[in-house]
Design a protein around this ligand. Sequence first.
Ligand code: PLP
Length: 403
Amino acid sequence: ASIFENVPGAPADVIFALTAAYKADTDPKKVNLGVGAYRTEEGKPWVLPVVHKADHIMVDDENLDHEYLPILGLENFRKASAKLILGENSKAIAEGRVGSAQCISGTGAVYAGAHFLSKHYPFKGAACYISKPTWANHRAIFEGVGIPVLEYPYWNPETKGLDLKGMLGAMEAAPSGSIFLLHPCAHNPTGVDPTPDQWKQIADVMEARGHFTFFDTAYQGFASGSLDKDAYSVRYFVERGFEMFIAQSFSKNFGLYSERAGNLTIVAKTPEIKNTIESQIAKAQRAVISNPPAYGSRVVSLVLNDETLYKEWEENLSSMANRIIAMRQALFDELVALGTPGTWNHIVDQIGMFSFTGLSTPQVKVLKEKYHCYLTDNGRISMAGLNTKNVKYFAAAVDDVVR
Ligand code: PLP
């Protein structure tokens, strides 16, 4: 008999299971609106031209080897990542109180920050509040390190927009010193972001209640097409003097999904505290991954530290953002033209990779079974899966299921 006989099986990951179901579907009309990965107008993955250039520079670089990186990763990548999110002229960086750790992409950065908090957060038993809804991994990561997870209201199904009142109310009611996980831009899964004025109100309550800010940014530059605009909330919080963690992913904005390039930026009150936090994260990282992988961080570092490549990256980014914005408009126009019951302006008002359509789970089931359109049960669609060839078909399918 096996000693593992009584281990229960774990359920498959919902998103990856959806991709598998899409791949297995042989209908030529099938549409994949599940996974959050960019697709071209032809429905294909896209190697960013600037990444292709960086690939070639690296192949020809005789000084590159396969030695271990330091435990906290590639220095030039870490510095450039922090500067990218905090801004060229960040006072916090100039004051020497910004640290960083290269992690296994955005997921690993959230994990590294969460793990640190599980060991060293001074308010014992403090919960991490995540938005309702949020990226499913947030709960899994925080619970995985033993931090209780609670939710704050975010999506208002009536307005198909932000439930600011509910969100602020939860922040007021949470015990002082709670941890709040915030999405700086292109909220996953809703595509709904606070306005600058709403961010101010959020910061006011976070400050008054002494909560800890944990930003998770996976879409900088991908939401609006502007790197600065998408970093607004983070920079505003830093300006106001918050201590915080910022998990950064380069999966989407560089199209480096499998290369696991990510960074945890740490904004501390003093350089000494920054050093302490970094030292603890290095100690923990050594025992989990020993040292991070080099390839993705080299690509990102090359681009972020070279003016010409950086400009080209910005162009690549805006072409992705603009195609997605155009698809929002196209889907909206089709639904309006069909006279589809309901209001659909949220499709164009939302931002980033995802749209929370408001479609119900039974409607999603019909979309999948009858129309071969694959989306998550909560009605989220990845806008990148739409193109000029399939948007009419998808709109007609939506029209049918809501009638
Ligand atoms: N955080 C959010 C909100 C995300 O949507 C994602 C990806 O979907 C990630 C983090 C991390 O992704 P990765 O680990 O591929 O960088």
